[in-house]
Design a protein around this ligand. Structure first.
Ligand code: PHE
Length: 451
């Protein structure tokens, strides 16, 4: 806690926060949700939520962090003791996300290894992905390897090195994605996919579109789990919060958009864009992209590079998750760093194994119709995060008042352009929508109402 304010430049802060935000959420999760929940309608709803909800919640979290100079647990306590439960609550969320996030990180490593060893054509077959995830030990092995990479970085404290590497990797990822997307659009049938992805239509819209987009927003922007509060706590007072938040959002949303552009037209070109192919869920990227890579010149090299870059993006997000969990435990129990890292690694391994087995030997275990991994995903993104966001809005809107946040924003930026929007959102629109979303999401999942 002694080294606050250690971002020397604005861009350093933006890149660090973007390193946490940009990850599997953008590249793996966004496209499969967009494919499943309405294409252009999903994209449209997501963009609206990003500039309203996303903006409001992110600026709130970063401002709370900067004002108090503390991470979530301490920050809420300092602002109002009665609301310290919010900090504790936000600590639970990364503990749920990190294990299953690393399972998917393991899948990325597996695909990297397949491409680097020149076996991409195998990966392009329809049965390959299911064969892989339904086996017992192999996915667990890759999951362990992903955790090992993350844990080593956190244990050795070499995050800065990784951040430097990812500063180079991110722009390459953007350029590569643009190239892949352009290539994909030249394949027969892809234009239908492009239209589906870009054109909102009432026909493809349902309440589920909003529910899915909202959960994705929290997940993708690393909101409602204390991470942005911690980043804010390291921020200098003269930083222009409003423009930093805008830049992080543009980065994050841009990469998600590009990933959708790469994957969805490809689902139409190679798998016919049938409902079944669009509703594949977590496997979508892994099933679809190898088909395109094997069809393009130098596909093996491009595929190798792509999965390597996705791995780096996933690693920087995983590091931010693990860092958060380690600091929560250390703040609470004052354990040594090494011991805490070891313990968090073991807990994560144990918690992640069921998520991995849930696609294989434990596929019969379902909660409310969802696989084990999807259950963790649902609980964190569609239940806990909206609850926490709701209380945060009430807390800011009615207890400490929006002015406290606006005043903090104005320290580095006397002209807070979004101030009006922010006040109305945090006090009224956000909490009302959040409650409506939460209730309908729970009722729908329990099968009480069908949306
Ligand atoms: N936002 C990250 C992503 O899009 C995931 C993440 C969630 C990272 C929560 C940190 C905390 O992949």
């Amino acid at each position: 806690m002694s080294q606050r304010s250690n971002f020397s430049s604005k861009i350093g802060f933006v890149l660090a926060a973007a390193g946490s935000a940009v990850g599997l959420g953008n590249i793996w999760r966004f496209p499969y949700l967009a494919a499943q929940y309405g294409g252009g309608s999903f994209l449209f709803v997501y963009l609206i939520l990003a500039v309203t909800f996303g903006f409001t919640l992110m600026i709130t979290e970063i401002a709370i962090g900067r004002k108090t100079g503390l991470s979530a647990i301490g920050a809420f306590k300092k602002l109002d003791r009665r609301f310290s439960f919010l900090g504790v609550f936000s600590a639970i969320i990364p503990i749920i996300i990190f294990p299953y996030y690393s399972v998917i990180g393991g899948w990325v490593l597996k695909y990297f290894s397949v491409f680097v060893s020149g076996n991409s054509s195998k990966a392009a077959s329809d049965t390959y992905f299911n064969g892989f995830i339904s086996s017992t030990t192999e996915p667990i092995g890759w999951f362990f390897l992903f955790i090992a990479f993350t844990a080593i970085v956190v244990l050795l404290g070499v995050q800065k090195g990784i951040e430097t590497v990812s500063k180079f990797m991110m722009p390459i990822l953007v350029i590569l994605s643009v190239g892949i997307a352009f290539y994909g659009l030249t394949v027969d049938g892809a234009i239908d996919g492009l239209v589906y992805y870009l054109k909102p239509s009432l026909e493809n819209f349902s309440i589920k579109t909003i529910l899915a987009a909202m959960g994705q927003l929290f997940y993708s922007m690393s909101l409602s789990m204390g991470i942005m509060i911690t980043y804010g706590s390291y921020l200098k007072k003269d930083n222009n919060l409003e423009s930093s938040v805008r830049q992080i959002e543009i980065f994050d949303t841009g990469i998600a958009f590009l990933s959708g552009l790469m994957i969805i037209p490809c689902v139409f070109a190679f798998s016919g864009g049938t409902t079944e192919s669009l509703n594949q869920g977590p496997g979508l990227m892994f099933v679809t992209l190898p088909k395109m890579f094997t069809s393009m010149p130098m596909g093996n090299i491009i595929g190798t590079l792509f999965f390597l870059l996705v791995f780096f993006a996933a690693l920087t997000s995983a590091i931010s998750l693990m860092e958060t969990i380690v600091s929560i435990f250390r703040d609470k129990f004052h354990w040594k760093r090494k011991f805490t890292c070891g313990l968090v690694t073991v807990i994560t391994l144990l918690m992640g194994i069921p998520s991995s087995l849930g696609f294989g030997p434990w596929a019969h275990i379902k909660f409310i119709g969802l696989s084990i991994l999807d259950t963790f995903d649902f609980i964190s993104n569609n239940v806990l995060m909206p609850i926490l966001a709701f209380f945060t809005c009430i807390f800011v809107g009615f207890i400490i008042k929006p002015k406290t946040i606006s005043d903090e924003v104005k320290i580095g930026n006397p002209k807070f352009k979004g101030e009006k929007l922010f006040s109305i959102m945090i006090k009224w629109i956000a909490p009302i929508c959040l409650i409506a979303i939460l209730i309908s999401s729970i009722l729908n999942t329990l099968g009480i109402i069908v949306l």
